[in-house]
Design a protein around this ligand. Structure first.
Ligand code: ZN
Length: 163
């Protein structure tokens, strides 16, 4: 499934120690959420919520990325809740593989993110000419390089003349 040249993506992101990754993975499974688009095909963000701000700031320190939000209280007697959230695809692809062996939710998120990331990388690759294999830098929809396209036009014209 995953082609090794495209995964894991190299990028910034904190390298977690194994005990940090295990803890964060367990936190994600216990208190966390993988939020997808309504069709369930794309991950929008992952989050971990708790009423203990110390717990949420420990999550932020361990992950090294993400944003912490104060959640609106639905009733005045409810305790203030906090949420750590991570939405940037580059951050998710740097962090989640480190949690993968410890967390079912990380595995689930990655099963959606990996194909998405690979399609994006594939689309970013330079196109090559279908005749000679040279890179095409001009327009993305062109399938032949300028010189091969020119040869074909010339050959077609010549054929028309000879007919
Ligand atoms: Zn060519």
């Amino acid at each position: 499934m995953a082609s090794p040249s495209l995964w894991p993506p190299s990028g910034p992101g904190r390298q977690l120690r194994p005990e940090e990754a295990a803890w964060l993975g367990a936190m994600l499974d216990a208190e966390g959420c993988v939020t997808t688009t309504p069709d369930g095909h794309r991950v929008q963000y992952i989050s971990i919520s708790n009423t203990e701000i110390e717990l949420i700031s420990a999550v932020l320190r361990a992950a090294g990325v993400g944003t912490v939000w104060a959640l609106l209280r639905k009733a005045s007697h409810h305790r203030q809740a906090w949420r750590w959230q991570l939405a940037r695809i580059a951050d998710l692809t740097a962090l989640l593989p480190q949690l993968e062996v410890y967390s079912l939710k990380a595995q689930r998120a990655l099963s959606l993110i990996r194909p998405m990331w690979e399609r994006a990388q594939e689309a970013r690759k330079p196109k090559t000419c279908i005749d000679c294999g040279q890179a095409i830098t001009k327009r993305t929809r062109v399938r032949r390089c300028w010189s091969c396209a020119g040869v074909r036009r010339w050959a077609k014209r010549k054929q028309t003349v000879e007919d």
